[in-house]
Design a protein around this ligand. Structure first.
Ligand code: HEM
Length: 525
């Protein structure tokens, strides 16, 4: 006696609901899950066809059964996520965010996650739920406990890639082993070597800018300078975008696509296996292939005799990690990503604020002129790193426009974690929202204002625990070097028709910043 369709559908709904209990504990990867759905559809089709011998009827009925099963599963998931039994039920936040990670994926794609998080914290308070299993906390006191106890979530592996770079390594032990060589690559001794190449690129940019009589896009030139500097430091050059006047190979375009891609897909890392099946490899893979080609090209030119970050991390044995060729290419692309865009964004923001305030520009120039009187190559690095007003301007630019605006997310896997007076349930992702914290009046006086003086003391509130932009030594040295030289060489101003407000409003955050060009007039001093 065949089971009537209505009964089959009811059984499917109940099965869907029950399967949630299993998937809650052991979330399947997307491909096996899809395979399971196809297999079930085939079984349902076979069962119904065997009974009716009608192809169309069996197709529609089996489709209805599978839809009922998925309906049961998704309804159960949705109810659970909104229910008081969910481990994060006590945290307030938008209903859509509690239901799905696509909520934050949408704001990342739109480029407004930084503003959305700021708004959500103002509405819901310090601890908020921004995903089914994700929290955002804007309490500066929580930053240290979070980063000292938790490690990276799978969101770092959102996009298909040929191999893990340091930054996408989510296994803590493997990461620690790989980090040994990186630490060596940033030793004091090595930093001196990178400074020389940064100085050469800075001199090249100054010479180029000195020839420009018309309005220039400073953000464009800073970006080319940063690519060339990072290319030199990481794998002995080969970019020469400054000489070409453009990023002819399209590194920045692929990088920005890649970061947006990772940003959105990082919210739903289970999609990665599906994306990997697409005919086009996707921007991250393309970026790694780009970097790989560049590494091979440079190695051929230098006969493998290089003295750069990549050669150090490839040849280090102390970390007991021997990088594969693909891992080396992945790390090379990471250096370009970690170094060039962060530094060029920090520089662009810094220049935007210095140019906007003639008094700041003048005070900075006076400090620089009293510290240095010789040419660029005589600029002493230790003096440059100790100039209080320059340092204050750099910190202030990083505060207002942090190159990484969303705090790097952390995950506690299967161990509940104590953060202040909260016990974070296992399997929770948590991040401090850097942009919102840096512009919070509880942390910084008049926070929307560029006020370098706050870093020199006497202005409160000034909560240094709230300021964690993360930054590696060579990056900020390069930014200081270029700023010092630009300000000493030129009087910099905005063209009459440049609207700073429109420029500020053009900022979109897709993990990295995208914005209008910073147009300036330069007058040689
Ligand atoms: C203003 C400049 C910079 C900012 C704001 C910045 C920001 C960050 C952030 C937020 C992280 C943490 C990533 C995470 O754990 O998710 C990080 C890590 C890192 N950055 Fe930077 N960065 C800057 C410049 C640089 C430069 C110039 C380099 C080197 C070429 C660099 C190399 C690294 C490395 C090696 C890591 C560690 C990655 C890991 O542990 O997997 N950064 N940076």
């Amino acid at each position: 006696m065949p089971i009537p369709l209505l009964q089959l559908v009811q059984v499917a709904i109940v099965t869907g609901i029950s399967s949630h209990l299993i998937f809650k504990r052991a979330e399947p990867r997307v491909l096996p899950a899809l395979g399971m759905v196809c297999a079930l559809q085939t079984v349902a089709f076979g069962y119904i066809y065997n009974d009716t011998h009608e192809f169309l009827h069996a197709s529609i009925a089996s489709f209805a059964v599978i839809s009922a099963l998925l309906f049961g599963l998704f309804t159960s998931i949705a109810i659970y996520r909104l229910s008081p039994w969910h481990p994060l039920a006590r945290y307030r936040g938008p209903t859509l965010a509690k239901l799905s990670k696509w909520y934050m994926g949408y704001w990342i794609a739109k480029g407004n996650r930084h503003l959305k998080l700021q708004e959500l914290h103002r509405t819901y308070g310090r601890w908020i739920r921004i995903g089914p299993n994700e929290l955002s906390v804007d309490d500066p006191a929580a930053i240290r406990p979070i980063y000292s106890q938790m490690f990276r979530s799978l969101s770092y592996q959102g996009a298909p890639q040929a191999a893990d770079a340091l930054i996408t390594t989510v296994n803590k032990d493997e990461h620690a082993l790989r980090l040994v060589a990186w630490t060596k690559a940033f030793s004091i001794e090595r930093l001196k070597h990178y400074r020389t190449s940064a100085q050469a690129r800075t001199a090249q940019l100054l010479e180029l800018l000195a020839k420009k009589k018309e309005t220039v896009s400073l953000s464009h030139w800073i970006s080319l300078w940063a690519i060339d500097v990072m290319g030199d430091m990481s794998f002995s050059g080969g970019f020469e975008t400054l000489a070409a006047g453009k990023d002819a190979e399209g590194w920045m375009e692929v990088l920005h696509m890649g970061v947006l891609f990772v940003g959105v897909l990082g919210q739903v890392p289970w999609m990665r296996d599906l994306i990997a099946l697409a005919p086009s490899p996707g921007p991250i893979l393309t970026f790694q292939q780009f970097a790989g080609k560049k590494v091979e090209e440079t190695s051929r030119k230098t006969g493998g005799n290089r003295n750069d970050i990549l050669s150090i991390i490839q040849n280090d044995t102390e970390g007991k990690v021997e990088l594969t060729r693909l891992q080396a290419h992945a790390d090379a692309s990471f250096i370009v990503l970690a170094g060039s865009d962060t530094v060029s964004e920090a520089m662009t923001a810094l220049m935007r604020y210095i140019i906007d305030d003639a008094k700041v520009q003048q005070r900075l120039r006076s400090e620089l002129n009293s510290a240095f009187d010789g040419p660029l190559e005589d600029m002493d690095a230790s003096t440059l790193l100790k100039l209080p007003y320059l340092d204050a301007c750099v910190q202030e630019a990083l505060r207002l426009v942090p190159p990484v605006a969303a705090g790097p997310p952390r995950w506690n896997k299967d161990i509940p974690t104590q953060v202040l007076d909260h016990v974070i349930p296992a399997s929770t992702t948590i991040a401090p929202p850097n942009y919102a914290i840096f512009r919070d009046p509880r942390n910084f006086f008049d926070p929307e204002k560029f006020l370098p003086e706050r870093w020199l003391g006497g202005i409160t509130p000034h909560n240094v625990d709230a300021f964690v932009p993360f930054c590696f030594g060579p990056g900020l040295f390069c930014a200081r070097l270029l700023t010092a030289n630009l300000i000493r060489a030129f009087s910099v101003s905005f063209p009459n028709d440049f609207n700073v407000k429109i420029f500020d409003e053009s900022y979109k955050e897709h993990n990295l910043w995208v914005h209008d060009e910073l147009l300036v007039n330069l007058e040689a001093l």
